[in-house]
Design a protein around this ligand. Sequence first.
Ligand code: ATP
Ligand code: MG
Length: 357
Amino acid sequence: MITDAPVHRPFALQAMKIAKSFGDTKVLRNIDLDLAPSEVVALLGPSGCGKTTLLRIAAGLLTATSGQMEIAGRRVVDGSGFNAPPERRGIGMVFQDYAIWPHLSVLDNVAFPLRMRRQGRTERGGNAMRALDRVGLSHLADRFPGTLSGGQQQRVALARAIVAEPPLVLFDEPLSNLDRELREGLALEMGALLRELGLSAIYVTHDQSEAFTIADRVAVMLDGEIAQIDTPERLFSSPASVEVAQFLNIGALIDGNVCQTRGFTCNRDRLNLPDLRQSAPTGPARVLIPRTAVRPDPAGALMAQVLRCQFQGDRYLLHLGLGGDAASLVCPADQPAPLHSQISLAIDPDRLRVFPH
Ligand SMILES: Nc1ncnc2c1ncn2[C@@H]1O[C@H](COP(=O)(O)OP(=O)(O)OP(=O)(O)O)[C@@H](O)[C@H]1O
Ligand SMILES: [Mg+2]
């Protein structure tokens, strides 16, 4: 019988209250993460925040201290000591150093995980060829890795990760060994490829633009916690905390005070934002002025000093000081501005965010 009922597909990964300590040091705290089928989530965070630790727990290479995890509907960590071994999870992995064998041909590298599963020679050759075809490398099947470019080696690693049709692929900074220019191009390619292949993936990086290029949603990880998980656009328009705004470098954060009559004021910076009267409870607060909220305008109400003016080919980037200590802002402009001059800026009040103290 054919019905129109939607087919239930379990989460590619579901982490519930995963925590990890090494001795007395808590490295992960209460990680909740749901990854939909065919979704790519980036884990973005500074060095040491726990990204690799979480990935290794998902892969089964490390045991969680507490919490549960399911992969494609199957319990792999149950919080009472049960921890499914890596080979039972069927996950594909791509790491920073690719781990491609130099003495094996491209085809044999890609077929390697199938050999581990004791698949017959002919069958695994066919499957490996199909995986190479999916990443556009079947014409290089007989070559040896040493004769490939960095980007091509990366694709071999991806073909090997997907050859067994895994429910989930884990990436740990796969592009970080490449130089910046190559990385940007490959991030675009990788994002397109992951979507085309419909893979469910967790992609670890500490590069913001790479995360935004590749992922549907980005989990900002700070100090062992997921501080916010959202689309790149929402992270920028509605950062959940001062820490997230700071880490993403969204704009200037200024300490001041909100009052009913004058809105937000900051005496030290002689800054007054009357539009923020209704936006927050009265009292001390920190306001975020995103880069996208300001533009040079002779009639603008906010004064700033030009600290640097950087020509970028199609426009200028003004590095501006808002007075006081570290409050500075980078703002695109059509015209250059003299160093140390004062310019006025118009502010879009709808884009300001207030964080009460
Ligand atoms: N086996 C271990 N024993 C003790 N501490 C560990 C161990 N593995 C990781 N750590 C610590 O856990 C913290 C998180 O490490 P992790 O490798 O997950 O960070 P990361 O976010 O991947 O950083 P990076 O961006 O530098 O790769 C670090 O402080 C690290 O020193
Ligand atoms: Mg790491």
